[in-house]
Write a protein that binds this ligand. Sequence first.
Ligand code: TEU
Length: 565
Amino acid sequence: MGTAPRERAWWKDAVVYQLYPRSYNDTDDDGLGDLPGILERIDHLDELGVDAVWLNPIYDSPFADGGYDVRDYRSLHRAFGNMEDFYRLRDELHRRGIRLIMDLVVNHTSDEHPWFRRARQNSEGPYRDRYVWRDGEPGRPPNNWESAFGGSAWTYDDSVGAYYLHLFHEKQPDLNWSNPDLRNDVYDMMRWWLDRGIDGFRMDVINLISKPDDLPDGNPDLPWVGVEHFANGPNLIDHLTEMDRRVLSDYQDLITVGECVAAGVKDASDYVRPNGPLSMVFHFDHVMLDVDLEAGWGSVREWDLPELKEVFTRWQHRLDGWNGLHLGNHDGPRAVSRFGNDGRHRTASAKLLATFLLTMPGTPFLYQGDEIGMTNYPFEGPEEIEDPETLGRVQQALEREDVSFEDLRDVLRARCRDNARTPMQWTDEPNAGFTGGDPWLPVNPNHTRINVAQNREDPDSVFHHCRRLIELRRQVPVLPEGDYRLWLPEHPSLYVYTVSRAEREILVLLNWSDEETPFEPPAGLSPGNVELLIANRDVDRPLEATSRLRLWEARVYGPGGRETP
Ligand code: TEU
């Protein structure tokens, strides 16, 4: 550390590891990962060198949607452990300088949450208004909005004689953020966790919390009908500002990451502007590239590299605030299967993707398993799937059209959220060392080749490449906050950019393709006195003498001599 006091927020220099607890490591052989399991593997996180861990929900839940259906915000699901386990994990992470980020799921609760149970029971009581109800006839929902998991977003509740809104599973009724008591209770709950020493929240679909009162029909041609009304809604900014004033601003040094569906740079700029309520957002623009907007879920669209460059470049240049960066999470295919080549060039392409993620300005989130290049799962049938989104969508497709499960297999293999949720691959042993019991989701058969143990032994592995990149990011302060500039925007297979600040410039060369590709430094790009900082293949020539980049080759150049941050 320099002598000047650091006024900069810690999260600007951080690399965050997203950890999906259910699939990380199981210590009691019930087939589900647990907090003691994370603790057992804490050295893995430490060696990788990450600065923070975001845990997907570990709250008490019936698990209709992987824990995003919370039954009790203030207790943990038994399978994960108890609060003692939580405190131990928190302390051991903190002892290693790793911060802890929890998932905040407040667009909806479980239908088993006491608020919803009371709301159902008593039309006069104070809880009814905490959810979004509308009168209606069975079979004629209040509007055409769709659930993200297929079908109408409305379920008729016989006992109440009205419809309730659920933008996700029918066991996830949406909360009514217009209700001040609800907001107070949410803020109290947030304080409860912050007082337990956590370092921030990742806020689930936070830009969906404000719905317009008149609930207008959505454009039926959009892949998620109604999204133009329920995303970035009328009172969203007010709610976020109030949350900031009433809770967040009382705590120092928090990270707040808003997951924002269907938010463009303009919307996002309002949420992350300096001193705004959120530190950063996750947007979906790059993960939507393979979605055919007309055909929706049941198709996979071919995308090309210039489109991907355009997305990242737009966010780098136009966002008025700090960027959150990710290439994958628990909601989709594996990064290497979606953006790389998970066949013959898996190792090289996984390293290229890590090079990209970890040299972009902003805060990178590395999803568990990507540090060893884990791939999609070869799904054969619906019995291997737990994900309610995939099951809902498959059912919808089978009902509507003349298709069979076999017809859907390719789409499903490309899209299913369980691709990212299969157990972490620690070893080549049965169940990949994840559990001594029956894993809740099948373990990818490729764990015999792709696992942490093997990665650690091999100095050329994806793991060691990620580890070195994280170290490099720490030593080169230009990277998190420099100015990004794209070169060769239209080149179909090379992604070339510079990140610079003051006199320092980092050059990143990525051959994002299966072909060896000629390379000539573009006019105007004259990185003088450059040293190779890291590469994913042996580099036998200096930059000036380089005329080709090998397939999936990634190189990072910068000024010689590293700075002390
Ligand atoms: O995801 C938000 C979301 O919109 C997802 O449905 C995503 O678009 C889709 O899965 C992509 O295929 C968040 C959580 O990350 C997800 O796990 C939850 O299911 C969802 O919210 C509801 O809480």
